[in-house]
Design a protein. Structure first.
Length: 415
């Protein structure tokens, strides 16, 4: 079996995901995706006619984010039309799924050069969701009563609060982790730890749109976080259908009598941002033929299902599964990147696996930097790779919770 080598990884800065406020919000998704594809090509002198496939993740595949964004973005980037493209959706796990699919294709011998990644314009989600009458999620729409009865799936924020309640993790601990995320992100930015991967985004007229992280709030304090009102209490009891189904009742259908304590808010939840990322993977033969030096190899990758109602708990079993698949232990991993969809996701991950906190999200996470849904997984792999190189570490593990109660994890080894 071939090895799958990571040749390079890059990403855009994360822009605030609000129309009229974010620097990337007026960029077309195809152009945003094209920015990272062009950077990967130019940084590595890629003959794009020899690219077997471009695999992109995009979660909200409607409107301007529809129509196979991977193919449209590669054409927009000036790739040879011989390069193919496919777009997939595994919710928040899309960007890491594309990397895993690319690796599997190379390891099997099916393909030699594949670019993985993702693009998500969260600034577009309100309009795109409204256009699809899907702002509450597909399992809360009329006609889905059958599946909802089998697997009630609430809003992810309410699920996060339910998990914190069940695990007896207090808001103070969640706020403390959020503060650490901001502090670590501020340090990483000031020390230039993201510089190797970061590529600027330009508008159609050639003017600079964004070349720095836009979302972090380095002046965050523990006192400021404590003053923020919970974000998901108000929505928990709003009737969603004629039967009076609520977000809270979906949780209670599986966990009767649970008195949910609402502890998540804007400061200890992931930020709404726009962004894109790309990773160039190749077989050893293709790397040699192109003069590419590998930066890392894919060691193991897994998918995992868990409770759809709580939705966010699969990273722990996914991490255990990928470690077993790789023949490694927690102690073998030098760096962990766990997506901070909500503070409780990362906090539970650390507690359940008894991790050294100095190995987890050492450059901050999505609470400070933002979470551009389908691009985040590819960003995490690039971030852990950069940090392994900076510190001389060997193994990195990246994982995310995924909608529908799934998790995904990948282990890479620095070469």
């Amino acid at each position: 079996m071939n090895e799958a080598w990571i040749i390079d990884a890059c990403r855009t800065p994360r822009g605030i995901g609000k129309v009229g406020k974010g620097a990337l919000a007026d960029i077309h998704p195809q152009q945003l995706g094209a920015s990272v594809l062009a950077a990967i090509r130019d940084r590595n002198d890629v003959d794009t006619a020899a690219v077997d496939d471009v695999i992109f993740g995009t979660s909200m595949q409607v409107g301007t984010q529809g129509g196979d964004l991977a193919r449209m973005a590669l054409l927009d980037a000036g790739f040879d039309p011989k390069a193919s493209g496919v777009t997939l959706d595994r919710f928040c796990g899309s960007g890491i799924t594309t990397t895993n699919f690319a690796a599997a294709s190379i390891m099997s011998g099916l393909e030699d050069v594949v670019i993985a990644g993702g693009c998500e314009m969260m600034s577009l989600h309100p309009a795109l969701g409204a256009a699809q009458q899907n702002v509450r999620g597909p399992l809360m729409d009329a006609g889905n009563e059958r599946l909802r009865a089998r697997h009630p799936q609430t809003h992810q924020g309410v699920a996060a609060d339910a998990i914190a309640t069940l695990e007896r993790i207090p808001r103070e601990a969640l706020d403390a982790l959020a503060l650490v995320s901001q502090q670590r992100a501020a340090r990483a930015i000031s020390e230039g730890r993201f510089d190797r991967s970061l590529v600027p985004v330009y508008r159609e007229d050639g003017t600079l749109a964004l070349d720095r992280e836009e979302f972090p709030r380095p002046n965050t304090t523990r006192e400021g976080l404590a003053q923020l009102a919970p974000s998901f209490a108000a929505m928990a009891d709003v009737p969603l259908d004629e039967q009076g189904t609520t977000l809270r009742s979906m949780v209670l259908a599986r966990y009767p009598g649970l008195e949910i304590e609402f502890v998540h808010h804007a400061g200890n939840s992931s930020g709404v941002v726009d962004g894109a990322a790309a990773i160039l993977l190749a077989s050893p033969d293709a790397a040699a033929a192109n003069g590419w030096t590998p930066r890392a190899r894919i060691v193991a990758a897994v998918n995992m299902g868990d409770d759809p109602t709580l939705m966010l708990n699969a990273p722990v079993p996914a991490a255990r599964k990928v470690l077993a698949r790789a023949g490694l232990t927690v102690d073998d991993i030098d760096l962990f990147e766990i997506n901070e969809a909500f503070s409780v996701v990362a906090e539970k991950f650390i507690r359940d696996l008894d991790l050294d906190r100095d190995k987890v999200n050492v450059n901050g996470g999505a609470m400070a930097l933002g979470h551009p849904i389908a691009a985040t997984g590819a960003m995490l792999i690039g971030t852990v790779l950069d940090e392994l190189e900076r510190t001389g570490g060997r193994y990195g593990l990246a994982t995310l919770c995924v909608g529908g109660g799934m998790g995904i994890a990948t282990v890479i080894e620095r070469v």
